[in-house]
Design a protein. Structure first.
Length: 343
């Protein structure tokens, strides 16, 4: 959603060339679409927004200049309130909020040498030049497919949570907590029900364990356990880390929403033989391993590439067994912190 331009001035065709008629502004077009959805008995909408300039969404003034502290963009916030008001006035009462931390067109991106990792040593195959998205807590590497995509450092390395470089240009968890908190407050003011906060879309923890840092982050210690965003002082001797899952649950609860309605989405695996399935290391269908890894990440279980038989993954699925050392360094990673399951 281009929340920078949710107004009656910006032509909608720039962002919605096929969905909006010519001569209509962004806000007028969205109002029309909401009414059309409601006429089809739709009761809820899910929308995505970028943290740092992607797709016309810039919640923080100066985001991408890598010179904190950043300031909340009040125009952006006013537009969020207007968007929520329009949703409610259309007759729709439910929303799902989904941030996009990287990869939206226009997101701020820079490159440079790899920064230090939480463990102090780099993942194997860390390139000499890595990429930093402003709202990603870790460094990424080029995908190599010519599509200008980047992937988290440490693909198929079960220790990537510890060895992937941290992002020295990161906008900071506290800034993102503030953004989400203000959005939740705006939804409450509009009398909308936030049925879910989907904090990161389609985590792939079995291939990219560094993505666990969207839940807990030991690399970015500027905010975390005991932070003012939730009133839990750390016990003596406790490592200070950013517990994003706990912080966002607290933000929901302070505005009267169920703290359990916080989650991370995941996809499914597709076998290379139609109709085939098997049992994964989680004693579940192997096609659901991405979902099971998210559940394990939240609960404090084990994530990463399961140990598979020497012949590799049958049918392209992660069935129970053992995998070659070249594909996964060591056993699956034990998540250091556990939380109760989403409700």
């Amino acid at each position: 959603m281009p929340l920078d331009h949710y107004d009656f001035n910006t032509p909608a065709y720039y962002y919605f060339p096929t969905s909006c008629p010519g001569g209509v502004t962004v806000r007028a077009c969205i109002q029309q679409q909401l009414l059309r959805l409601r006429s089809q008995h739709v009761s809820g909408v899910r929308f995505q927004f970028a943290f740092c300039g992607g797709a016309g969404s810039t919640p923080l003034v100066g985001c991408g200049q890598y010179s904190p502290p950043f300031v909340l963009n009040q125009t952006w916030m006013n537009n969020v309130s207007a968007f929520f008001t329009d949703i409610k006035q259309s007759g729709i009462s439910n929303v799902i909020i989904t941030p996009a931390h990287a990869g939206f067109g226009g997101d701020w991106l820079t490159s440079g040498p790899p920064a230090a990792s939480p463990s102090g040593y780099p993942c194997a195959r860390t390139p000499s030049t890595v990429y930093y998205w402003a709202a990603n807590p870790f460094a990424t590497t080029a995908s190599g497919d010519g599509k200008n995509l980047t992937y988290p450092i440490g693909q198929n390395d079960n220790n990537a949570f510890n060895c992937a470089p941290k992002n020295p240009h990161f906008i900071g968890w506290q800034n993102m907590y503030i953004i989400i908190d203000r959005m939740i407050a705006a939804a409450a003011s509009a009398n909308l029900n936030i049925t879910e906060l989907d904090y990161e879309q389609e985590l792939v923890l079995h291939n990219f364990p560094a993505e666990l840092r969207f839940m807990i982050d030991t690399a970015q210690a500027d905010t975390g356990y005991g932070d003012k965003s939730y009133p839990l002082p750390p016990p003596a001797g406790t490592q200070v880390y950013s517990d994003t899952y706990l912080a966002l649950r607290y933000n929901r609860s302070t505005h009267g929403y169920d703290p359990g309605k916080l989650n991370y989405s995941a996809g499914i695996e597709h076998p290379n033989v139609v109709g085939v399935n098997c049992t994964s290391a989680y004693t579940d269908y192997a096609r659901l391993i991405e979902v099971d890894e998210v559940i394990a990440g939240i609960a404090g279980g084990k994530i990463g590439t399961p140990m598979l038989p020497p012949e590799g993954a049958p049918y392209g699925l992660y069935c129970t067994g053992s995998i070659t050392p070249q594909m996964a360094a060591g056993p699956m990673f034990q998540v250091p912190v556990g939380h109760s399951s989403p409700s």
